[in-house]
Design a protein around this ligand. Structure first.
Ligand SMILES: [Zn+2]
Length: 298
């Protein structure tokens, strides 16, 4: 895993600050060193809390999971929402990203990927085995190379952890699909009793594969569903929802979008199942927190 050069410089500055603080402490007494060691950033959250942020990036997806041990980013919104995403991450004090998952190479998911890679210390990138010919995709791949990030290809059943949070990759399962959305990396995040399903834009074909592989293992059942494909009717099949049975559905969607997302049909299914629906076009960014029990909306 390659660290970025500017962090090495940061470490050097930290050592210098530390030495100056030590000299100050010797001169002024022990109290002078309080607050002088600024090299190591504070833990993203404390008290055993885990936060799930669904960031308002208009018609696109961007989510952040914060744990005491580090941050995970799932998608990076559109090219045009790059500044908003950066402002949001900066407002939280994000510096390092343990894993950045770019679910599939559509602009509404990887538009801000180059900004994220160039701005933050992204340690590992998880990608599906899918390419695109767009400038956006090229910029992301160039930034991954320039930053020397470790790249991990998403494979079903693979698990990664950040502290006590466990993420299982559920999809993509097949090697190739005719629809790019079905390459979406689907992540099941678990912390204590809380489970959240991040589905990217996975459509019915991918849902059927996940049902066949995971339904009987109970691995689709979760508390919170990030609605597939912005609440489109190409995702959220009734069979899939019956296996997921979430309490909450979060739809990441832009106001007045030209796709007519979310579809009425999808909303009707969610409502019939008694889910509480939250939409980024209506509420802006949406945050859930948990300390290991049920997730609670902030
Ligand atoms: Zn999308």
């Amino acid at each position: 895993m390659a660290k970025r050069r500017k962090n090495k410089t940061g470490k050097g500055i930290g050592i210098v600050i530390g030495l100056l603080a030590l000299i100050a402490a010797l001169y002024f007494g022990k109290d002078a060193i309080i607050g002088a060691f600024t090299d190591k950033p504070a833990a993203p959250v404390s008290g055993g809390e885990v936060q799930f942020h669904f960031i308002d990036v208009g018609q696109g997806d961007a989510a952040l999971i914060r744990t005491e041990a580090g941050d995970i980013l799932i998608d990076a919104g559109t090219n045009s929402s790059e500044d908003e995403l950066k402002a949001y991450l900066n407002s939280l004090g994000v510096t390092d990203i343990e894993y950045a998952i770019f679910t599939h190479p559509h602009e509404d998911h990887i538009g801000g990927a180059d900004m994220v890679l160039n701005t933050y210390n992204v340690k590992r990138v998880i990608l599906p085995n899918a390419t695109a010919t767009s400038k956006t995709f090229e910029r992301m791949m160039d930034a991954i190379e320039a930053e020397k990030c470790e790249v991990i290809e998403a494979k079903p059943d693979e698990i990664f952890t950040v502290g006590e949070l466990t993420c299982t990759i559920l999809a993509p399962i097949s090697k190739s699909y005719s629809e790019t959305n079905n390459y979406s990396v689907v992540i099941r995040a678990e912390y204590g009793e809380t489970s959240v399903l991040f589905t990217g834009d996975a459509e019915v074909d991918s849902e059927e594969e996940m049902l066949a592989r995971y339904r009987l293992k109970g691995m689709l059942d979760c508390d919170l569903l990030k609605s597939g494909h912005h609440g489109s009717n190409t995702s959220s099949s009734q069979e899939f929802l019956n296996a997921v049975t979430p309490t909450f559905a979060v739809i990441s969607v832009g106001e007045g979008n030209t796709y007519d997302h979310p579809k009425q049909e999808t909303l009707a299914k969610y409502e019939a199942m008694g889910m509480t629906i939250y939409r980024t076009d209506k509420e802006g960014s949406i945050v859930f927190t948990t300390t290991g029990g049920e997730p609670v909306k902030k």
